[in-house]
Design a protein around this ligand. Structure first.
Ligand code: DLL
Length: 433
C-alpha cells in the first residue's frame, strides 16, 4: 500500500490538477498585478493584463522573472504582501552578488511544510519514524523545511543541523534515527566516517535518506545506498519558490513529482525562451500559484532537466522532473565544449572512485585547461608511481570518451579534498578571476 500525505491531492486526476491550476493561476496573476508594481510594469511592457490569462494555456504570454530581477528588486520589490503579514525570511547560499531574500506568510510556511511532509511520507515516513535533519538550519531552507515537514508527519524530529559528524553518528545510533535528511555529499561523508569507525550498514538503524540541494548522480546514489544500507531519495527545491519540496522522489526512484497544485512547471529553450514539448531537455521555469508573500510568476531556475507525464507505479499523478543535469549557469564551456560536472562525476564513480573530487579550470597559452583532482580510497592508496600513472591515464581515457575533450587527472591521497557539510564545492574556475 503506497503512502501519501495528502492522497486526494497527490493522486488527483490530471483534469482536477489542471482545474486547480487554472483557478489559482488567474487569482495569482491578479494578486501580483494588484500588489507587485515591479512585475506589473513587466506585464505592461509586454502588453499583457490579467484579463489575458484565462488558463494555463495562456501562461506563455507572461514575462519571465530571472535572478537579475531578484537582484534589481532586492530586498522588497517582489513582495506580494505587506511586511506586517510576513512571519519569516529565508535566504540563498549564493556567494556572488546580492543574496536572494524570500518572504513567507504563515500560510506560505504551512503549504511549504505540507510539501516537505509529502516527501517524507513518500519515502515511507510515519509518526513511528525518527527523522534526523542534518541540513543546515538558519537562513538556508533545507533545515527549516524538512524540520517543518517532519513535525507535520509526526516523526520524532532530531534537528542536528549540519556538521559535527561524530555527534551525528552518535545520535543516529543512540536515538535510532530511521530517516536522514542532508545533502548527498554530506551523506557520502557520513558513510565514509561510519566505515572508518568500523560500522557496517546493519549496525545503522537508518532505512531512508532524503538528499538534495545539489546535483548528484545515479552512481553516487548507489554508493550512498550501499555504505549506509538505505534507500536514497532525491528532493528538489529552491529558496525563491519556498525551499525543499518543490518536487520529491517516490518509491520508483526515477524522477521527482512536482507539487503541481502549488507550482506550474514549464521547460523552455534557455537561449530563445520558447516553451518546449514534454520530454524535451531545457530550462525549468516555475510559476508559484499559491504563494502569498513572494509570488513569483514564470521564474527561470537555470536548472536543466526534462519533464515526464508517464504513469508512475506509486500512484501519484503529478508530473515528474528528471534529476537536474546541471545548471545552465554551472555548465562549463571548455575549449568550446559544454561540460557538466555531473558527467565527470559519473565517470569517476563508475571507475570505483568516491565522489570526492574537484574540477579546476584555468587558461594557459590562450587555451582552457581542465584538471580533475580525484581522491583515492584508502584501499586503493599507494605510493607506487607506476600504478598511479596507469590509473590516471585510465580515468583520462574515460573522461575523454564522455566529454569529447581531454582532461588531466591528478589522483590525490584519501581525505585530502575538503569535505562539505552543506553543498559541495565541485568546480574552481580560475578563468573568471
Ligand atoms: O537548495 C533548497 C533545498 C534544500 C533543496 C534541501 C533540497 C534539499 P537554494 O539554496 O536556493 O535551495 O538552491 C537552489 O539548488 O536551483 C538547484 O540548482 C540546486 N538543487 C536543489 N535541489 C537539487 C537537487 C535549496 N535535488 C538550487 N538536484 C536549485 C540538483 C538541486 N540540484
Amino acid at each position: 500500500m503506497p503512502n501519501y500525505y495528502q492522497p486526494e491531492i497527490e493522486t488527483a486526476s490530471h483534469e482536477q490538477i489542471l482545474a486547480w491550476q487554472n483557478e489559482r493561476l488567474i487569482k495569482q496573476v491578479q494578486h501580483v498585478w494588484d500588489n507587485v508594481p515591479y512585475y506589473r510594469k513587466k506585464m505592461e511592457e509586454k502588453g499583457v493584463t490579467p484579463a489575458d490569462i484565462k488558463s494555463v494555456d495562456d501562461l506563455h504570454k507572461l514575462p519571465f522573472v530571472t535572478k537579475a530581477d531578484l537582484r534589481e528588486a532586492y530586498p522588497y520589490g517582489l513582495m506580494g504582501k505587506p511586511l506586517k503579514d510576513c512571519v519569516r525570511i529565508q535566504s540563498t547560499s549564493g556567494t556572488t552578488g546580492k543574496r536572494v531574500v524570500a518572504f513567507y506568510t504563515q500560510h506560505d510556511i504551512d503549504l511549504w511544510e505540507d510539501c516537505c511532509a509529502r516527501a517524507i511520507v513518500a519515502v515511507g515516513g510515519t509518526k513511528e519514524d525518527v527523522c534526523q535533519v542534518s541540513y543546515g538550519y538558519g537562513l538556508f531552507t533545507g533545515g527549516p523545511g524538512l524540520n517543518g515537514g517532519s513535525h507535520k508527519v509526526g516523526c520524532l524530529t532530531i534537528p542536528t543541523s549540519s556538521g559535527n559528524t561524530e555527534r551525528q553518528i552518535m545520535f543516529i545510533r543512540d536515538l535510532q534515527s530511521t530517516i536522514l535528511c542532508c545533502t548527498p555529499s554530506y551523506a557520502a561523508y557520513l558513510g565514509e566516517t561510519m566505515k572508518e569507525m568500523g560500522l557496517t550498514p546493519d549496525q545503522i538503524p537508518l532505512k531512508a535518506g532524503i538528499f538534495g540541494a545539489e546535483a548528484w548522480s545515479e552512481e553516487m546514489r548507489q554508493d550512498i545506498q550501499n555504505t549506509l544500507g538505505i534507500k536514497a531519495y532525491d528532493i528538489y527545491g529552491l529558496t525563491e519558490l519556498s525551499g525543499p519540496g518543490v518536487s520529491f522522489e517516490c518509491s520508483e526512484q526515477s524522477g521527482m513529482h512536482i507539487n503541481e497544485d502549488h507550482f506550474i512547471a514549464e521547460i523552455i529553450d534557455p537561449e530563445t525562451g520558447e516553451v518546449l514539448p514534454e520530454g524535451a531537455k531545457g530550462e525549468l521555469v516555475f510559476t508559484a500559484i499559491t504563494k502569498e508573500a513572494f509570488p513569483l510568476l514564470r521564474y527561470r531556475t537555470r536548472d536543466i532537466c526534462t519533464l515526464s507525464r508517464k504513469k508512475c507505479s506509486c500512484g501519484r499523478t503529478h508530473v515528474k522532473m528528471s534529476k537536474p543535469m546541471g545548471r545552465s549557469d554551472d555548465m562549463l564551456i571548455i575549449r568550446g565544449v559544454n561540460v557538466f560536472p555531473s558527467q565527470i562525476e559519473s565517470v569517476l564513480i563508475n571507475a570505483g572512485y568516491p565522489a570526492n573530487y574537484q574540477i579546476i579550470v584555468d587558461r594557459a597559452n590562450h587555451s582552457d585547461t581542465l584538471d580533475v583532482q580525484v581522491e583515492m580510497t584508502p584501499e586503493m592508496f599507494t605510493d607506487n608511481v607506476g600504478v598511479i600513472k596507469k590509473r590516471q591515464s585510465g580515468l583520462e581515457a574515460g573522461l575523454r570518451s564522455m566529454l569529447g575533450i581531454s582532461a588531466h587527472v591528478i589522483l590525490v591521497a584519501p581525505k585530502s579534498i575538503t569535505r562539505s557539510e552543506g553543498k559541495a564545492v565541485r568546480v574552481i574556475d580560475k578563468r573568471k578571476i
